[in-house]
Write a protein that binds this ligand. Structure first.
Ligand code: ADP
Ligand code: MG
Length: 255
């Protein structure tokens, strides 16, 4: 099991207000899966991704990544895992705007040996089809190109796990499609991909679909051909996904 999460919680305290952003999540994900996570705004998707990405710590519960008990690690070991094992892609790209694509992609390599930095960064840019733009800065690039640079940065250390939080949220659908194809290629090459999206047509691209409500997973189903068709027609949302998936399984059994 690549990811094993048990009773994971995250509580934010804002003055007198207490927000239970994650309310005790259980989840297993095997290496090589392609999973989408959907849910209304505020349902805890980003909080969950930040915990899985070791960008933040849980309030309670356990998270094991490749049998390493992440929730009990020191800051130093956590930073190492974040850097080596995980690639994170954000909706807003989070690039350094004044520095070249190549240097942006090389950022996670500063902890490694400097020797191969340039070659590795170029390889990663090549994988997203941007090696010809290596010397350009994000300021000179389109949104789609910026996100491809961000993906190159996420994959430069060849991580086992890619976490993407609404990666197509700021892009038009055609550009978003290019980004999705990159994730599909990474998945095909063996990388585990977790993709947060509120667009059902994007969620439909994964093999497994998770839906969150109020800090909990309320739906976790395989994306069958039938479900994919329904998601692409946007005829199902939220709790209806479970119904559609159940109907789908029943149909499959009857057939
Ligand atoms: P989503 O990504 O599904 O929109 P989030 O994980 O961002 O949901 O948020 C879940 C809940 O936690 C929301 O109620 C949000 O307001 C709250 N929340 C998220 N981050 C913080 C924070 N840093 N401080 C306080 N509350 C937060
Ligand atoms: Mg979010």
């Amino acid at each position: 099991m690549l990811i094993r999460v048990r009773q994971l919680t995250k509580i934010y305290q804002m003055g007198d207000a207490v927000v239970s952003a994650l309310a005790g999540v259980d989840l297993d994900i095997e290496a090589g899966e392609f999973v989408s996570i959907t849910g209304a705004s505020g349902s805890g998707k980003s909080t969950f991704m930040h915990l899985l990405g070791c960008l933040d710590r849980a309030t309670s519960g356990s998270y094991d990544l490749a049998d390493t008990p992440v929730t009990r690690l020191s800051e130093k070991r956590l930073a190492r895992i974040r850097n080596r094992e995980i690639g994170f892609v954000f909706q807003t790209f989070n690039l350094i705007n004044r520095t070249t694509a190549l240097d942006n992609v090389a950022v996670p390599l500063v902890y490694g040996r400097l020797r191969d930095t340039r070659r590795k960064a170029l390889d990663a840019l090549e994988k997203v089809g941007l090696s010809h733009r290596a010397k350009h800065t994000p300021a000179e690039m389109s949104g789609g190109e910026r996100q491809r640079v961000a993906i190159a940065r996420a994959i430069v250390n060849d991580p086992a796990l890619i976490l993407a939080d609404e990666p197509t949220g700021n892009l038009d659908s055609q550009t978003g499609e290019q980004i999705l194809q990159i994730f599909e290629r990474l998945h095909a090459a063996g990388t585990t991909v977790l993709l947060v999206t509120h667009e059902m047509s994007v969620a439909a691209r994964a093999q497994r679909l998770i839906h969150m409500t109020d800090g909990l997973i309320d739906t976790d189903v395989p994306v069958t051909e039938q479900l994919r068709r329904e998601l692409l027609q946007s005829t199902v949302i939220g709790a209806q996904i479970e119904q559609a998936a159940t109907a789908d399984r029943l149909t499959a059994r009857a057939g």
